[in-house]
Design a protein around this ligand. Structure first.
Ligand code: ZN
Length: 140
């Protein structure tokens, strides 16, 4: 794992939370992007080497809507940058961790992503993400 790529924060309403984080971080949101497969809209902020990702549900039945209804808004996941997501997934399975998806998925911000089950990581949802060097490359 190379570094913390971003921290994900679950929010109810991006139009409310984007201005809050713009004021907090003193930097504008540089991108919003829908991830239709996850039923979320995301908003990104740069903080030095790392990023903050706000995640809001686009569907009342989506995973983020369910998360907020159980736990409220707040810290949702920590994402680590990896060089080779397939190799990292294989390593983590061998170490006994449980993956939430068996193959990498296309995530927001031009990334291949995979989540680990929080039961194996002290309740912390972990995301692996690998930069896609060719934006139009197919997900393998
Ligand atoms: Zn994320």
């Amino acid at each position: 794992m190379n570094k913390i790529e971003h921290i994900g924060i679950a929010v109810n309403d991006l139009s409310v939370s984007i201005p809050v984080f713009e004021k907090l971080l003193n930097t504008p949101c540089y991108k919003t992007e829908e991830v239709a497969s996850e039923k979320v809209m995301t908003a990104f902020f740069k903080t030095g080497e790392s990023k903050i990702e706000l995640v809001a549900s686009t569907d009342p039945e989506g995973v983020i809507a369910k998360y907020i209804s159980k736990k409220g808004e707040g810290m949702h996941h920590i994402a680590f940058d990896v060089t080779d997501i397939h190799a990292e997934m294989k390593r983590l399975v061998a170490e006994g961790f449980t993956l939430l998806n068996e193959t990498p998925k296309k995530g927001a911000d031009n990334k291949l992503v995979c989540f680990l089950h929080p039961k194996g990581t002290n309740g912390v949802l972990i995301e692996l993400c690998q930069e896609i060097h060719h934006p139009d490359a197919h997900v393998l």
